[in-house]
Ligand binder design. Structure first.
Ligand SMILES: NC(=O)c1ccc[n+]([C@@H]2O[C@H](COP(=O)([O-])OP(=O)(O)OC[C@H]3O[C@@H](n4cnc5c(N)ncnc54)[C@H](OP(=O)(O)O)[C@@H]3O)[C@@H](O)[C@H]2O)c1
Length: 237
């Protein structure tokens, strides 16, 4: 089995990469990040890709195509919550266009564009399972609190992109399973400034990766186009 991980140097992405590296079922891993974070070897190839940059995305997809490796697992573990343009908006007063553009570039446009740029190659392998890490706060129905406009809106739009990808790819000869997954609150760079008040112990990235791995392996085609919690239960869109 060959695996591709986007955001492979993030907390959850790196923990998943470690699991796949240790798995006897995995032959080849393609690890994608802004800047490759490790050295490539015979079964691990790091590729750089900036999800804000369409040319970088196309170049990355072309490099993967040139490798000619059928891909059986495609996991997008990249994501963006705060950066130089600011953090999550507490109120509509804080909304800024540039920050919304940035949220959408990394959380929505980049992942969907990368998947579509790789589509001709992804069609080849039977049994493709593609998981995009989304977030429960991107569920429109679940939103009772408001705030966090950019992150919520960009993840809700990602969810729509995933649903569209799943419907269209459902017509491929090798029908894949394409899903959105909420990984649960997990210790990471992305979450660290927003979990200080939490009383419950946080899930480690390793624990998250273990559950994610089980969830992905247990997915079946009839579950395509859905939004899952890590325990396999469904979230409303
Ligand atoms: N942790 C949680 O509690 C939680 C909860 C719900 C959903 N999620 C979702 O789970 C996923 C993984 O998050 P995480 O907690 O593991 O966060 P993380 O450690 O910050 O990992 C996210 C990764 O995305 C990368 N990334 C950001 N911008 C990028 C770009 N323009 N091009 C390429 N890569 C880029 C980051 O790279 P740099 O750090 O180098 O910028 C980072 O390695 C995300 O989609 C997140 O929204 C996490």
């Amino acid at each position: 089995m060959n695996v591709l991980i986007v955001g492979a140097a993030g907390a959850i992405g790196a923990a998943l990469l470690k699991r796949y590296l240790e798995s006897p079922a995995v032959e080849q891993i393609i690890a994608i990040h802004h800047q490759p974070k490790g050295s490539s070897d015979s079964n691990l190839r790091w590729l750089d890709c900036d999800l804000r940059d369409e040319r970088s995305i196309i170049r990355c997809a072309e490099t993967v195509a040139a490798m000619g490796v059928p891909i059986h697992r495609w996991v997008c573990a990249s994501g963006y919550l705060q950066g130089p343009l600011g953090g999550p908006e507490k109120s509509m007063r804080n909304i800024r266009g540039a920050k919304l553009h940035d949220d959408f570039a990394v959380n929505t446009i980049g992942p969907v564009l990368l998947f579509s740029a790789m589509a001709s190659q992804l069609k080849v392998a039977p049994g493709l399972k593609a998981a995009f890490l989304s977030a429960q706060v991107g569920s429109i129905e679940d939103n009772q609190l408001g705030g966090w406009f950019g992150y919520r809106m960009s993840k809700a739009a990602l969810n729509m992109g995933i649903r569209c990808l799943a419907i269209e790819a459902g017509r491929w000869r090798n029908e894949p399973t394409i899903v959105a997954i909420h990984p649960g609150t997990t210790v990471s760079n992305l979450s660290k400034d927003f979990v200080k008040q939490r009383k419950l112990p946080l899930q480690s990235a390793e624990h998250c990766a273990e559950k994610l791995d089980y969830l992905i392996e247990g997915l079946a085609v009839k579950g395509t186009g859905k939004f899952y919690r890590l325990d396999g239960s469904l979230l409303p869109w």
